[in-house]
Design a protein around this ligand. Structure first.
Ligand code: AHR
Length: 330
């Protein structure tokens, strides 16, 4: 089923390669790819979905079936099982939860359908899937912690954390990475850490509840994605709490989506650690290599950086400028 050759729209192999076109099935049919997407919880997720829709095109030799699983773990397992029933050529999974994948991965393996895990990590052994392409949330969390230590320069930190979705590797990794740095600072206290589910509403609700419990006691808020940060900012605005480089609270976010970086440029978010949603080209490269029977990278981490507000110089992040914002692809 997956024995495919490079041929593209009658242009010939060399011409197709020059035009950036990719493989089609030996019989000239499009390669059928099922993508079990997490949902539409954040601007980051929207950018990731768009990236797949722009990449896995008919012009590139693919028929993409993208299922928005609405952050529902059971729906995502069902989506993958439907892809198996439909005999997709490849299945891509951006796992909502890191646990619980062994059974369905075994089913895909039994059906002979290659699986690529994308974006997030899973607990299953690497032998249960064919390739992994994604981000490094533990490193992202460490970067946030290291930047904070550099910025505080020995000052005390009383920290509130708005985590991502419970059980998601993006949340687990960022928490672990940040906490590992926090543990090395005796004068840092994590007052509380609650899930905002990677949504703006979630971030606002958690921040409102934090303000009730800890008003006047915190000087750092860590939001594990940009949408949560927007919600937290709304909650602090409503309570008259100032944040950003001219305010009382240091605000850290993750994702570096366009609006998130605009807030960095405006000095409202101090530090924004990148989580790169542009992954589809890398996944397509893996599939094309599989199609051609060539070796491929079993594990690929996409490139990620971090950005800080104008006026801040950092060993761990780039100082934000309008030029950087204008040049961003998402
Ligand atoms: O897995 C990536 C994370 O999921 C992003 O940080 C977040 O915005 C998204 O919902």
């Amino acid at each position: 089923m997956n024995k495919k050759i490079l041929a593209a729209l009658g242009c010939g192999i060399a011409a197709a390669a020059m035009m950036g076109m990719t493989a089609m099935a030996e019989d000239g049919e499009l390669i059928r790819v099922g993508y079990a997407q997490v949902g539409h919880e954040s601007d980051w997720r929207t950018a990731n979905t768009q990236n797949y829709q722009d990449t896995f095109t008919e012009e590139n030799g693919f028929e993409l079936s993208l299922i928005d699983c609405d952050n529902d773990n059971a729906a995502q397992l069902e989506a993958v099982r439907n892809f198996i029933t439909q005999e997709m050529d490849y299945i891509i999974i951006a796992p909502i939860q890191s646990a619980g994948w062994d059974t369905v991965l075994q089913e895909a393996m039994d059906a002979g359908i290659p699986v690529i895990i994308a974006d997030r990590e899973i607990e299953s052994d690497a032998s249960m899937y064919d390739a992994w392409v994604g981000t490094d949330p533990t490193k992202e969390g460490e970067t946030a912690g290291n930047w904070l230590a550099e910025y505080l320069d020995g000052a005390d930190a009383n920290i509130l954390v708005i985590e991502g979705s419970v059980g998601a590797s993006a949340a687990i990794g960022r928490t672990n990475g940040f906490n590992a740095v926090a543990e090395t600072h005796d004068n840092w206290t994590i007052l509380d850490s609650q899930s905002g589910d990677f949504t703006q509403d979630g971030g606002q609700e958690v921040m409102e509840s934090f303000i009730k419990s800890y008003e006047g006691q915190f000087n750092v808020v860590v939001c594990q994605n940009d949408n949560e940060a927007y919600g937290a900012m709304d909650a602090m605005d409503a309570a008259g709490i100032t944040y950003g480089v001219d305010g009382d609270v240091i605000l850290i976010s993750f994702d570096t989506t366009h609006d998130g970086l605009q807030y960095v440029l405006d000095g409202k978010i101090h530090c924004n650690v990148e989580c790169n949603p542009i992954q589809a080209e890398t996944v397509m490269g893996v599939i094309n290599a599989m199609e051609a029977g060539e070796e491929y990278e079993a594990v690929t981490y996409v490139e990620e950086g971090a950005f800080v507000a104008p006026g801040i110089e950092s060993e761990f992040a780039t100082t934000m400028t309008q030029e950087i914002l204008d040049g961003r692809p998402y």
